[in-house]
Design a protein around this ligand. Sequence first.
Ligand code: GDX
Ligand code: MN
Length: 366
Amino acid sequence: MVVVPFLAEDPELVVRTLELAATHPRVSEVVGIHGDDPETVRAVKALASGLRIIPQRRIGRLRAGKGDAINTGFDYFLRSKCDRLHFYDADIKTFEMSWIDQAESGLDLGFDTVRHFYPRAATDGMVTAMLVRPALAMRWPYTALARLKQPLSGEIAFTRRSATAIASERLVREQSDWGIDTAITGITAHLGFSIYENYVVAGKDHQLYGSLAELKTMFWECLGALQLLMRDSEPQQVAHHTDSHSPPTLDLLNVVAFDAPASEKILQKPLTASQRELLRTQFKPEYAEALNKKQLETFDTTRWLDILRVLITRAVPSDLDWQTVAFQLWVARVLHFNAFEVEKGYTHAIEYIEAMITKAMLNPVN
Ligand code: GDX
Ligand code: MN
């Protein structure tokens, strides 16, 4: 079975994804699971006669978002007779049948889960690169979780056995928001399921962003999910295969995935007195000063890992001041990366991120 969650995406792209999946010889059922965007739902239904489109159900405990759609997909699959479950995002222009072939091949080899990773613009996936990957590497160094290339992949395949177990875990069930990918990743290792990371050389050409402000909710929800995992789960040693990855060829790689000048405005918004106080009491004084003076050079790898340690151990998910302060620090870090590293070329930028992950493993947090 193939499940495709969609919110406000180009209806033609959603339908293309569903129809491509439906023609795959190994796929017997395809389900689109929609969120609360009536216009998209209407347009998709009009184009997709004969395809199954169902609403996401309210399942989780947090904001109703992608996580509810994914859990609705798990439930639908578990009631079916299908023996494997694939998820694909609905906004991927480069999606092809071969993605399904490759996921099936990984499962055929005996792996419990297959996750796709792909070349992407150096500045795409900043929640992955500057939050989830280093946090997992710091907390669980030298495990599969520390080494995953794409811990937030929306493109994953499961056997019935792994889907059944993962979908019944509270941390997955309750994570109704953007934290769902983080939760699934952590729980996969917690339950001891093996992971095949499959490289899709064609890359993931998907909807990119305007200002980094569009990622604020995702940033915060992934941080919340990381904290819950760190409190209530522990990865087992699991088999983890990562495909070797050939050099990227996509033009997209040199695209800046967000609007840097627009993102700088996030740092111009003055902090309130209570936010300044939080910054002063929880972090080293140099960060408050650097934010105040917009000194992006401050936010290098060493300092970012120092900040991240505070975020994962002390940030309070429900607190608006924490949300604002944490987000400003992350934006400063992403803008640092864009200003000083990305301009040195794609290969350099990617190596820089890998070096940060290694450094995170060498400076673990317990
Ligand atoms: N039904 C439903 N309800 N679908 C949703 C919702 C929702 O509330 N929110 C998002 N989706 C769908 C969306 O239409 C798309 O098909 C997929 O979920 C992923 O969302 P998208 O807006 O394309 O997210 P983005 O920024 O591409 O993020 C994905 O990759 C990130 C990353 O690689 O860093 C996504 O899987 C993130 O969780 C991940 O952080
Ligand atoms: Mn996307």
